[in-house]
Design a protein around this ligand. Sequence first.
Ligand code: DGL
Length: 269
Amino acid sequence: MGKHSPIGVFDSGLGGLTVVKEVRSLLPGEDVVYFGDIARLPYGNKSPEAIRRFSVENSLFLIEKGVKLIVVACNTASSLALDFLSRLFSVPIVGVISPMETALRKKNYRKVAVIGTSATIRSGVYQELIHRLLPDCRVMAQPCPLLVPIIETGAFREEIGEEVIRHQLKEVKAFSPELLLLGCTHYPIIEGQIRRFLGCEVVSSAHYTAQAVERTLRDLGLKRERRKGRGTLRIFVSDVPDGFEELAEMFLGERLEGVSVRRSQMCFT
Ligand code: DGL
Protein backbone atom coordinates (compact mmCIF):
# COMPACT_ATOMS: atom_id res chain seq x y z
CA MET A 1 0.00 0.00 0.00
CA GLY A 2 1.41 3.38 -1.02
CA LYS A 3 0.82 6.60 -2.94
CA HIS A 4 -0.04 4.69 -6.11
CA SER A 5 -2.66 2.49 -4.48
CA PRO A 6 -6.33 3.24 -5.18
CA ILE A 7 -8.83 4.89 -2.85
CA GLY A 8 -11.58 2.45 -1.79
CA VAL A 9 -15.18 3.62 -1.45
CA PHE A 10 -18.24 1.63 -0.39
CA ASP A 11 -21.96 2.20 0.01
CA SER A 12 -25.04 0.05 0.40
CA GLY A 13 -25.81 0.75 -3.25
CA LEU A 14 -25.02 3.34 -5.85
CA GLY A 15 -25.70 6.50 -3.79
CA GLY A 16 -22.03 6.55 -2.76
CA LEU A 17 -21.15 7.36 -6.36
CA THR A 18 -22.23 10.95 -5.52
CA VAL A 19 -19.16 10.95 -3.23
CA VAL A 20 -16.96 9.31 -5.91
CA LYS A 21 -17.99 12.13 -8.28
CA GLU A 22 -16.61 14.74 -5.85
CA VAL A 23 -13.47 12.69 -5.06
CA ARG A 24 -12.71 12.36 -8.78
CA SER A 25 -13.30 16.06 -9.32
CA LEU A 26 -11.03 17.15 -6.44
CA LEU A 27 -8.42 14.40 -6.89
CA PRO A 28 -8.50 13.58 -10.62
CA GLY A 29 -5.22 11.68 -10.57
CA GLU A 30 -6.30 9.12 -7.97
CA ASP A 31 -7.51 5.64 -8.91
CA VAL A 32 -10.78 4.62 -7.23
CA VAL A 33 -12.26 1.20 -6.45
CA TYR A 34 -15.94 1.30 -5.56
CA PHE A 35 -18.05 -1.38 -3.97
CA GLY A 36 -21.87 -1.06 -4.02
CA ASP A 37 -23.65 -3.64 -1.89
CA ILE A 38 -26.79 -3.55 -4.05
CA ALA A 39 -27.84 -7.11 -3.15
CA ARG A 40 -28.29 -6.08 0.50
CA LEU A 41 -29.67 -2.56 -0.05
CA PRO A 42 -31.23 -0.85 1.86
CA TYR A 43 -29.11 -0.66 5.00
CA GLY A 44 -31.36 2.06 6.41
CA ASN A 45 -33.90 -0.31 7.96
CA LYS A 46 -31.42 -2.96 9.18
CA SER A 47 -30.17 -3.55 12.74
CA PRO A 48 -26.89 -1.95 13.93
CA GLU A 49 -25.33 -5.46 14.16
CA ALA A 50 -26.15 -6.28 10.52
CA ILE A 51 -24.90 -2.87 9.33
CA ARG A 52 -21.60 -3.40 11.21
CA ARG A 53 -21.16 -6.89 9.76
CA PHE A 54 -21.85 -5.71 6.19
CA SER A 55 -19.44 -2.80 6.68
CA VAL A 56 -16.66 -5.12 7.86
CA GLU A 57 -17.19 -7.41 4.86
CA ASN A 58 -17.23 -4.48 2.43
CA SER A 59 -14.02 -3.08 3.96
CA LEU A 60 -12.29 -6.48 3.73
CA PHE A 61 -13.27 -6.66 0.06
CA LEU A 62 -11.66 -3.25 -0.59
CA ILE A 63 -8.57 -4.06 1.49
CA GLU A 64 -8.07 -7.16 -0.68
CA LYS A 65 -8.01 -4.79 -3.66
CA GLY A 66 -5.04 -3.03 -2.02
CA VAL A 67 -6.68 0.32 -1.20
CA LYS A 68 -4.74 3.00 0.73
CA LEU A 69 -7.82 4.57 2.37
CA ILE A 70 -11.48 3.63 2.72
CA VAL A 71 -14.34 6.10 2.32
CA VAL A 72 -17.53 4.90 3.97
CA ALA A 73 -19.81 6.70 1.48
CA CYS A 74 -22.97 5.71 3.34
CA ASN A 75 -24.41 7.73 6.20
CA THR A 76 -26.06 4.66 7.70
CA ALA A 77 -22.76 2.74 7.85
CA SER A 78 -20.85 5.88 8.92
CA SER A 79 -23.20 6.48 11.84
CA LEU A 80 -23.15 2.88 13.09
CA ALA A 81 -19.88 1.28 12.02
CA LEU A 82 -17.18 3.93 11.59
CA ASP A 83 -15.56 3.64 15.04
CA PHE A 84 -15.80 -0.13 14.85
CA LEU A 85 -14.02 -0.20 11.45
CA SER A 86 -11.33 2.24 12.60
CA ARG A 87 -10.52 0.01 15.58
CA LEU A 88 -10.48 -3.13 13.44
CA PHE A 89 -8.40 -2.03 10.44
CA SER A 90 -5.11 -0.18 10.12
CA VAL A 91 -6.06 1.42 6.79
CA PRO A 92 -7.30 5.02 7.33
CA ILE A 93 -11.09 5.34 7.21
CA VAL A 94 -13.09 8.47 6.34
CA GLY A 95 -16.86 8.69 6.87
CA VAL A 96 -19.41 11.11 5.47
CA ILE A 97 -20.76 12.59 8.69
CA SER A 98 -17.94 14.48 10.44
CA PRO A 99 -17.00 16.33 7.18
CA MET A 100 -20.42 18.07 7.59
CA GLU A 101 -18.72 20.08 10.39
CA THR A 102 -17.37 22.42 7.70
CA ALA A 103 -20.92 23.28 6.55
CA LEU A 104 -22.18 23.73 10.13
CA ARG A 105 -19.34 26.10 11.02
CA LYS A 106 -20.23 28.56 8.24
CA LYS A 107 -22.81 30.51 10.28
CA ASN A 108 -24.28 30.63 13.72
CA TYR A 109 -27.36 28.67 12.64
CA ARG A 110 -30.30 28.73 15.07
CA LYS A 111 -32.51 26.11 13.38
CA VAL A 112 -31.06 23.10 11.57
CA ALA A 113 -32.85 20.00 10.28
CA VAL A 114 -31.32 16.72 9.17
CA ILE A 115 -32.92 13.96 7.12
CA GLY A 116 -31.64 10.42 6.62
CA THR A 117 -32.53 6.76 6.81
CA SER A 118 -34.28 5.47 9.93
CA ALA A 119 -31.05 3.85 11.19
CA THR A 120 -29.01 7.05 10.73
CA ILE A 121 -31.56 9.23 12.52
CA ARG A 122 -32.04 6.65 15.30
CA SER A 123 -28.27 6.56 15.90
CA GLY A 124 -28.38 10.22 17.01
CA VAL A 125 -24.95 10.91 15.48
CA TYR A 126 -26.05 13.99 13.50
CA GLN A 127 -28.02 15.41 16.42
CA GLU A 128 -24.91 15.10 18.66
CA LEU A 129 -22.69 16.71 16.03
CA ILE A 130 -25.02 19.72 15.61
CA HIS A 131 -25.47 20.18 19.37
CA ARG A 132 -21.71 20.01 19.93
CA LEU A 133 -20.95 22.66 17.29
CA LEU A 134 -24.03 24.86 17.77
CA PRO A 135 -25.19 24.47 21.39
CA ASP A 136 -27.99 27.06 21.05
CA CYS A 137 -29.38 25.65 17.84
CA ARG A 138 -32.82 23.98 17.60
CA VAL A 139 -32.49 20.65 15.84
CA MET A 140 -35.02 18.53 14.00
CA ALA A 141 -34.09 15.04 12.81
CA GLN A 142 -36.49 13.34 10.42
CA PRO A 143 -36.23 9.79 9.06
CA CYS A 144 -37.28 9.65 5.38
CA PRO A 145 -37.48 5.94 4.48
CA LEU A 146 -39.38 6.57 1.23
CA LEU A 147 -36.80 8.80 -0.42
CA VAL A 148 -34.22 6.10 -1.30
CA PRO A 149 -36.87 3.96 -3.11
CA ILE A 150 -38.11 6.87 -5.28
CA ILE A 151 -34.50 7.67 -6.20
CA GLU A 152 -33.50 4.05 -6.91
CA THR A 153 -36.59 3.50 -9.08
CA GLY A 154 -36.37 6.84 -10.90
CA ALA A 155 -39.89 7.72 -9.60
CA PHE A 156 -38.54 11.03 -8.27
CA ARG A 157 -38.94 12.38 -11.82
CA GLU A 158 -42.70 11.69 -11.79
CA GLU A 159 -45.54 13.50 -10.03
CA ILE A 160 -45.76 10.61 -7.54
CA GLY A 161 -42.11 11.25 -6.60
CA GLU A 162 -42.83 14.94 -5.98
CA GLU A 163 -45.72 13.87 -3.78
CA VAL A 164 -43.52 11.51 -1.76
CA ILE A 165 -40.97 14.30 -1.25
CA ARG A 166 -43.70 16.68 -0.03
CA HIS A 167 -45.13 13.97 2.24
CA GLN A 168 -41.77 12.99 3.77
CA LEU A 169 -40.73 16.60 4.33
CA LYS A 170 -43.97 18.17 5.54
CA GLU A 171 -42.87 18.24 9.19
CA VAL A 172 -39.48 19.63 8.21
CA LYS A 173 -41.27 22.38 6.26
CA ALA A 174 -43.42 23.18 9.30
CA PHE A 175 -40.20 23.46 11.37
CA SER A 176 -38.84 25.92 8.72
CA PRO A 177 -35.10 25.36 9.20
CA GLU A 178 -32.41 27.77 8.01
CA LEU A 179 -30.30 24.81 6.96
CA LEU A 180 -31.12 21.23 5.96
CA LEU A 181 -28.42 18.54 6.06
CA LEU A 182 -28.86 15.71 3.57
CA GLY A 183 -27.84 12.78 5.76
CA CYS A 184 -27.92 10.16 3.01
CA THR A 185 -25.67 9.83 -0.02
CA HIS A 186 -28.69 9.18 -2.27
CA TYR A 187 -30.34 12.52 -1.58
CA PRO A 188 -28.11 14.84 -3.68
CA ILE A 189 -30.05 13.51 -6.70
CA ILE A 190 -33.21 15.26 -5.43
CA GLU A 191 -31.42 18.23 -3.83
CA GLY A 192 -33.02 20.74 -6.25
CA GLN A 193 -36.54 19.44 -5.58
CA ILE A 194 -35.97 19.52 -1.81
CA ARG A 195 -34.56 23.06 -1.95
CA ARG A 196 -37.51 24.28 -4.02
CA PHE A 197 -40.01 22.71 -1.61
CA LEU A 198 -38.37 23.94 1.61
CA GLY A 199 -36.91 27.23 0.40
CA CYS A 200 -33.89 26.95 2.72
CA GLU A 201 -30.17 26.24 2.44
CA VAL A 202 -29.55 22.54 1.67
CA VAL A 203 -26.17 20.81 1.92
CA SER A 204 -24.81 17.31 1.37
CA SER A 205 -21.45 16.12 2.61
CA ALA A 206 -20.05 14.75 -0.68
CA HIS A 207 -17.84 17.75 -1.40
CA TYR A 208 -16.69 18.10 2.24
CA THR A 209 -15.94 14.37 2.34
CA ALA A 210 -13.72 14.70 -0.74
CA GLN A 211 -11.88 17.52 1.05
CA ALA A 212 -11.44 15.29 4.13
CA VAL A 213 -10.04 12.52 1.90
CA GLU A 214 -7.57 14.97 0.35
CA ARG A 215 -6.45 16.22 3.81
CA THR A 216 -6.04 12.70 5.19
CA LEU A 217 -3.99 11.52 2.19
CA ARG A 218 -1.81 14.62 2.35
CA ASP A 219 -1.22 14.30 6.11
CA LEU A 220 -0.26 10.63 5.74
CA GLY A 221 1.99 11.24 2.72
CA LEU A 222 -0.31 9.05 0.62
CA LYS A 223 -1.51 11.64 -1.91
CA ARG A 224 -0.56 10.75 -5.44
CA GLU A 225 1.53 13.30 -7.30
CA ARG A 226 0.25 14.80 -10.54
CA ARG A 227 -0.01 12.32 -13.33
CA LYS A 228 -0.90 12.44 -17.00
CA GLY A 229 -4.55 11.70 -17.61
CA ARG A 230 -7.31 10.81 -15.23
CA GLY A 231 -7.26 8.09 -12.60
CA THR A 232 -9.16 4.88 -13.24
CA LEU A 233 -12.50 3.93 -11.71
CA ARG A 234 -13.44 0.30 -11.06
CA ILE A 235 -16.97 -0.40 -9.84
CA PHE A 236 -17.83 -3.68 -8.14
CA VAL A 237 -21.40 -4.51 -7.16
CA SER A 238 -22.96 -7.43 -5.30
CA ASP A 239 -25.84 -7.49 -7.79
CA VAL A 240 -26.65 -5.88 -11.12
CA PRO A 241 -30.29 -4.75 -11.00
CA ASP A 242 -32.51 -3.54 -13.86
CA GLY A 243 -31.56 -0.08 -15.05
CA PHE A 244 -28.16 -0.35 -13.36
CA GLU A 245 -26.23 1.61 -15.98
CA GLU A 246 -28.60 4.57 -16.12
CA LEU A 247 -28.72 4.74 -12.34
CA ALA A 248 -24.94 4.55 -11.94
CA GLU A 249 -24.43 7.31 -14.53
CA MET A 250 -26.97 9.52 -12.78
CA PHE A 251 -25.17 9.22 -9.41
CA LEU A 252 -21.71 9.49 -10.92
CA GLY A 253 -22.57 12.37 -13.23
CA GLU A 254 -20.57 10.83 -16.08
CA ARG A 255 -20.89 8.07 -18.65
CA LEU A 256 -19.69 4.61 -17.66
CA GLU A 257 -17.55 4.32 -20.80
CA GLY A 258 -14.03 3.40 -19.77
CA VAL A 259 -15.24 2.45 -16.29
CA SER A 260 -14.85 -1.21 -15.46
CA VAL A 261 -17.99 -2.67 -13.86
CA ARG A 262 -17.86 -6.16 -12.33
CA ARG A 263 -20.14 -8.29 -10.27
CA SER A 264 -18.10 -9.18 -7.20
CA GLN A 265 -17.39 -12.70 -6.06
CA MET A 266 -18.15 -11.74 -2.46
CA CYS A 267 -20.13 -14.47 -0.82
CA PHE A 268 -22.87 -13.53 1.57
CA THR A 269 -24.17 -15.42 4.54
N1 DGL B 1 -26.83 5.58 0.89
C1 DGL B 1 -27.30 5.16 2.18
C2 DGL B 1 -26.99 6.22 3.22
O1 DGL B 1 -26.28 7.15 2.96
C3 DGL B 1 -28.80 4.96 2.21
C4 DGL B 1 -29.36 3.81 1.48
C5 DGL B 1 -29.71 2.64 2.36
O2 DGL B 1 -30.70 2.69 3.11
O3 DGL B 1 -28.98 1.67 2.26
O4 DGL B 1 -27.45 6.14 4.33
